[in-house]
Design a protein around this ligand. Sequence first.
Ligand code: NAD
Ligand code: UDP
Length: 312
Amino acid sequence: MRVLVTGGAGFLGSHLCERLINADHDVICMDNCFTGRKKNIDHLLGNKRFEFMRHDVVDPFKAEVDQIYNLACPASPVHYQYNAIKTIKTSVMGAINCLGLAKRVGARVLQASTSEIYGDPSVHPQPESYWGNVNPIGIRSCYDEGKRCAETLFFDYHRQNRVDIRVMRIFNTYGPRMDPQDGRVVSNFICQALRDEDITIYGDGSQTRSFCYVDDNIEGMMRLMNKDGITGPVNIGNPGEFTILQLAEKVIELVGGKSKIVNKPLPSDDPRQRRPDISLAKELLDWEPAIALEAGLKKTIPYFDKLLSKGK
Ligand code: NAD
Ligand code: UDP
């Protein structure tokens, strides 16, 4: 198949491109390199099945493809709040452009949606049937509402134009090729521990997240794309739930070193708790994560260690 991956030079996108090429597909990787890095795909550039297109998903594009994975969007709060208007345009216009292309060429199209759809959830754990609790005017809204609008567009194109859609709600995912500067909790804590710096917990650290290793995520994503007869939304995440304090202690234990925990102010609208209900993914895709947090952190720490020692 010919497959378009928007956001293909990013953390998840680069792993996806690699998996698709290994499965003998031709891959067009489209990225404007805002948060993604050419470094992530350097090793693919010489491959005849791989093509890189520097392009902004906000601007229309044409390609003859069988499948589209729409991953283009800054994903960490630091990056998506940097230019909030651009973030919401990327989600909304990007979705329209991908759906328009899918309609024209008859491609199947998958949206990388997010657990942020659920906002600060009052239902726990979160099933796909929960409509969420999102502040429409806060500092996270450019991302949350952009992604919610993209989901609406996916379902309207499906109902109105019979576009073959898949909507995947991704919960916090981590692993090699995360950007050390993107401010996400796993990358921050590991980099801080490796540098013997203070570990910065925002708030008292009692808020929870559920962390999924990248390989599990990509497996779930490809299963969802290739399963016939479903649209989603389907949650893909690891139901192992940890407080941010527990994560900090685990990282300090695994990295070693002299870091101490310090508390910083909690950003506004920071969700109190998050954990996926993955019953649907189990039932429809026969998918569940195979890599627990400690095992995943042990695979991730050497990546950051190498990156930081190169920077020295
Ligand atoms: P990332 O920032 O590493 O990757 C996003 C990629 O999109 C980058 O390569 C970036 O340059 C590109 N991009 C951004 N704006 C663009 C634009 N206007 N045109 C073209 N390319 C653009 O983030 P990621 O973690 O790999 O996330 C990938 C997708 O998965 C995103 O859509 C994100 O919202 C979603 N997601 C990720 C997580 C997670 O924990 N990693 C959780 C929920 C949802
Ligand atoms: N967080 C933290 N210290 C950091 C970075 C993040 O305590 O250095 C917290 C953040 O406030 C949130 C959680 O960790 O409660 C996850 O943050 P991240 O930005 O990784 O993801 P998201 O909030 O989008 O789930």
